[in-house]
Design a protein around this ligand. Structure first.
Ligand SMILES: Nc1ncnc2c1ncn2[C@@H]1O[C@H](COP(=O)(O)OP(=O)(O)OP(=O)(O)O)[C@@H](O)[C@H]1O
Length: 360
């Protein structure tokens, strides 16, 4: 990440039974976490297999920076692409200990690749005290940690994760999300991440590859995709905004999150180790007032300006707002309220936020 972002570009085709992957030409700067998102059967796993060279029927072309990975039917072998894999079921050797599983892949590294720092990785991933345990005696979350450590030990240029959290309970999911953020920051390894869960996308994604019927439909940043009123990331809870801010020390039993000159107050007091956090706000939890409602019990009220007003079904309207620091927020209000407040593009007002949670 940072200065030298490698771009993955190509156009891949792969036929599997009745299914055809025809990605279309794409150019993907590998920075942070790239989520592959789409309905079941849209071809996310197939695209990941084609990118990784795991299917020898892949055709088309693919370049990792200047290095050619696929040219027609000629493909660079998967092990020469320096990719780390983490799948839904950790895929460990069941009769080996954690350490043996890890060493198995370290020993098979090409001589040209220097193994990563074993102790540092197992400590960061949280398995240093489990190295001599048989993997059958690990929980689902622990197995996934081993799979992540195994992948990191090979110093991958890309980490591919195919629904890595889908078999875990909510608590393990939350811990793993924190771990994934941590390893992306610590090792600067770009991640290709498949998930169905919008909450995981909101928490992790820098950019999103939307897949549909075996093709890449579009590639967008998280904020671009959340700015569309028909974003595929919105489920039955409706439109969602993700705001970014800097956590401050707890004050009066609340956690202030600084966003430019304004502050959001969270009731979540868990320790936050990061400089920047993402918070999630449902549009239906945001209402609007023309004057600063200081007397209200709602603590979060931010000055905002209307960018767009979009009529929805059920006599409701979606109002796109810009906050003072430039971040965008959706409010969903009734048509009646919109008329009563005489809202129009450019109106300056206050967004009252009933509920804010950390994205996870
Ligand atoms: N080896 C195979 N032979 C035949 N068809 C296959 C094979 N592998 C996958 N398919 C089919 O290709 C289509 C795309 O599958 P893929 O797993 O890429 O989708 P996906 O978007 O990852 O779905 P999900 O979210 O359910 O995992 C599916 O219809 C699947 O049944």
């Amino acid at each position: 990440m940072g200065l030298d972002v490698t771009t993955l570009r190509g156009n891949l085709n792969l036929k599997l039974g009745n299914f055809e992957l025809n990605s279309g030409a794409f150019e993907l700067p590998l920075e942070g976490v790239t989520v592959l998102f789409g309905r079941s059967g849209s071809g996310k796993s197939t695209l990941l297999r084609a990118i990784s060279g795991l299917d020898k029927h892949t055709e088309g072309e693919l370049y990792f920076g200047d290095v050619c990975w696929q040219n027609g039917k000629t493909a660079l072998a998967t092990q020469k692409r320096h990719i780390g894999f983490v799948f839904q079921d950790a895929a460990l050797f069941p009769h080996m200990s954690v350490r043996q599983n890890l060493m198995y892949s370290v020993k098979r590294l090409p001589k040209s690749v220097e193994p990563a720092d074993f102790d540092e990785i197992v400590t960061r991933v949280g398995i240093a005290d489990k190295l001599d345990r048989g993997v059958n005696f690990l929980s689902g979350g622990e197995k996934q940690r081993v799979a992540i450590a195994r992948a990191l030990l090979t110093r991958p240029d890309i980490l591919c994760m195919d629904e890595p959290l889908s078999a875990l309970d909510w608590r393990s999911k939350a811990e793993m999300l924190t771990l994934i953020e941590d390893i992306v920051a610590a090792y600067q390894v770009p991640v290709l991440y498949i998930t169905h869960a919008p909450a995981e996308v909101e928490r992790l994604a820098n950019q999103i590859v939307f897949m549909k019927d075996g093709a890449i439909e579009r590639i967008e940043t998280l904020q671009e995709s959340l700015s569309r009123v028909d974003s595929p990331l919105f489920d039955d809870e409706g439109a969602v905004s993700v705001l970014q801010g800097t956590p401050q020390a707890i004050e009066q039993g609340l956690r202030p999150i600084q966003m430019g000159q304004n502050t959001l107050w969270l009731s979540d007091l868990n320790e936050l180790k990061k400089d920047t956090v993402r918070v999630r706000v449902l549009a239906k939890d945001v209402s609007l007032a023309l004057s600063d409602p200081e007397q209200l019990s709602i603590i979060n009220h931010l000055p905002a300006e209307i960018l767009k007003i979009v009529p929805e079904d059920n006599h409701r309207v979606l109002v796109r707002l810009q906050l003072q620091d430039g971040q965008k927020l959706f409010a969903e209000i009734t048509e009646h309220s919109a008329q009563r407040l005489q809202l129009e593009v450019g109106t300056k007002l206050f967004a009252l936020i009933k509920s804010v949670v950390l994205a996870e």
